[in-house]
Design a protein around this ligand. Structure first.
Ligand code: C2E
Ligand code: CA
Ligand code: CA
Length: 551
């Protein structure tokens, strides 16, 4: 289609030259006639001839002939000017279409088609150059668009594209693929640091503040890179897929960074697509089941509730960890169905729990994008005749960043219905203190990375101490996850931490009773009353011991 248009353009240009030639030839013929006439006194000879043949009326014929010739010449020139004007108009229109076909109208950058053409040209004729294919995807762009409108979003894209373009040389290319997605082809010399420097600067360029009509926007970018060694046989679509996989990894591993493609990513992607196919069926047939990890009140060692952690009993691959299948459920839109299935099993189980115990369930950031999650939880609780106070919802800090307005609506509704809210993995994300103050959280969950490193790291102990005082001053309950030793449990208790969970108290287990027995066997749980699972635990729990053991 594009080649047809290009060929047509050439034809039109050629035709415009031919018409020019025609008129030129006529003019040359006229000039030659006049010159020849002067050279050989043709006018005088013709005059003598007409005088000698007066009865032929030749002078009148000559007059008619000259008038017609001059008129014809005039019409030809006029027609030529009109045609040339028309040709040029069409040429310009074609050139504009060609530009639009290859460029993005918002940023003026080359578009996806131009990028792929350029990549394919490079693959066909690398001229010894080595290139890296770079996929760039902006982080947190959608909230800007939603919050301040598309005009602001568009201007932001223009600013960012100019900044990114400044990092790219003339012999390289930066293209906008669509939305907030860009791609670049950067040349590099192995061993030279330039590629690394360009990528780092691109990440920084996107992170720097942008002010549009007094609105300050702060976004970021994640970048996936695949390098193309000289002599590589890879096709353009393979390279784009590799850079995309690297980008996916950059997004999954914290954003605001660049990640290089490696072969392991391909293997993981293949394994992932296998799981993706199986997941829907797994949810329906009950292969995804809740494991329960006790949440301990540090003041008296009693069990307050359980965190519900999903596990997949895969018929072929055995036990699959949530870190492998939750992201798939999020990306494929199955996460709500998965949460509903888990919650039903939890409710079934919770009917046998003694009063006051609660189940803490994890909700993914994507689930805060609409209010259905609140209705889902309430409907299922209703089906089992259970109160909203049975449920605590754990939300990671980053979930708030994605779309703070919607998240606020959903969280306020949950709180109004009596569902408690905990801020999970605190310290690893971007939640601002303002979120903590303005959103209805009742609990702060200190991320296990700080707790696990507390014994070796003074820094971690300082961070934990400050989170504890922050949570105290905001009137929130604090809970530490990842408590693996008695020393850490004691330290946290002395520092005023309210609750804890971790392998020291009990590992996640599919049977609540087992986790209770494990906790009490370790003598980490002080009061038998909280061990009670109606009619079950009292007779099974072993007597409490005074000694302690670190598991
Ligand atoms: P999370 O919410 O931070 O869950 C705590 C993780 O720490 C769990 O990993 C738990 O097994 C682990 N853990 C608990 N105590 C200790 C300890 O003493 N030491 C160490 N090293 N680890 C400990 P798990 O079960 O693999 O879950 C991983 C993540 O998967 C969870 O992190 C949560 O973000 C996500 N997840 C699990 N179930 C669900 C679910 O049903 N829905 C959603 N959206 N996410 C889930
Ligand atoms: Ca959690
Ligand atoms: Ca956590």
């Amino acid at each position: 289609m594009f080649m047809d248009r290009k060929a047509a353009l050439e034809r039109i240009k050629r035709m415009s030259h031919w018409v020019g030639w025609d008129v030129g030839l006529i003019l040359v013929a006229c000039v030659l006639t006049v010159l020849l006439g002067m050279r050989f006194d043709l006018v005088e000879k013709f005059y003598d001839f007409t005088r000698s043949h007066d009865d032929w009326q030749l002078d009148e014929f000559a007059l008619v002939f000259i008038t017609l010739s001059v008129g014809g010449l005039f019409l030809s020139v006029r027609r030529y000017v009109q045609m040339r004007r028309e040709f040029l108009r069409r040429v310009r229109a074609e050139e504009k279409m060609e530009y639009l076909a290859l460029n993005d109208s918002l940023t003026g950058l080359p578009n996806r088609r131009a990028f792929i053409q350029r990549l394919e040209n490079h693959l066909a004729n690398p001229r010894g150059k080595q290139c890296a294919i770079v996929m760039i995807d902006l982080d947190r762009f959608k909230p800007v668009n939603d919050l301040y409108g598309h005009d602001t979003g568009d201007r932001l894209l223009q600013v960012i594209s100019q900044r990114l373009e400044a990092e790219v040389r003339d012999d390289e290319i930066l293209a906008r693929l669509g939305g907030d997605e860009f791609a670049a082809m950067i040349c590099y010399v192995p061993g030279d640091e330039r590629l690394e420097r360009v990528l780092t600067r691109m990440v920084r360029a996107a992170e720097d503040r942008v002010e549009i009509d007094r609105v300050v926007c702060r976004i970021g970018t994640s970048i996936g890179v695949t390098v193309l060694p000289a002599g590589s046989q890879a096709t353009s679509s393979q390279l784009l897929k590799q850079a995309d996989l690297a980008l996916y990894n950059a997004k999954r591993t914290g954003r605001g960074r660049h990640v290089y493609f490696d072969d392991e990513m391909n293997e993981k992607a293949e394994a992932r697509s296998g799981l993706e196919i199986d997941l829907r069926e797994a949810i329906r047939s009950g292969q995804i089941e809740p494991y329960y990890q006790p949440l301990i009140d540090l003041t008296d060692g009693s069990i307050e509730g359980y965190e519900v952690l999903a596990r997949w009993q895969h018929p072929k691959h055995g036990l699959v960890e949530p870190e492998r299948f939750i992201p798939i459920a999020e990306d494929t839109g199955l996460i709500n169905e998965l949460t509903r299935a888990l919650l039903r099993t939890v409710c079934e189980e919770a009917r046998t729990w003694s009063d006051g115990l609660f189940a803490s369930i994890n909700i993914s950031p994507v689930q805060l994008r609409n209010e259905n999650i609140v209705d889902d939880i309430l409907t299922i609780l209703g089906e089992f005749g259970l109160p909203a106070s049975l449920i605590e919802v754990e939300i990671t800090e980053n979930a708030l960043i994605e779309d703070i307005d919607m998240a606020t609506t959903v969280l306020n509704r949950m709180a109004n219905e009596g569902i408690r809210l905990a801020l999970d993995d605190f310290g690893t994300g971007y939640a601002s203190l303002n979120h903590l103050r303005s959103l209805p959280f009742t609990k702060l969950k200190i991320d296990k990375s700080f707790i696990l490193s507390m014994q070796e790291s003074e820094e971690s102990r300082k961070i934990v101490n400050s989170v504890l005082s922050l949570s105290k001053s905001l009137g929130l309950t604090s809970i530490a996850e990842g408590v693996e030793t008695r020393e850490v449990a004691d330290w946290l208790k002395d520092a005023g931490c309210g609750q804890a969970q971790g392998f020291y108290f009990g590992r996640p287990d599919p049977h609540v009773l087992n986790s209770i027995l494990e906790a009490s066997a370790n003598n980490n749980v002080g009061q038998l009353k909280t061990l009670a699972v109606k009619g079950k635990a009292e007779d099974k729990a072993p007597p409490l011991k005074n000694g302690t053991s670190d598991t």
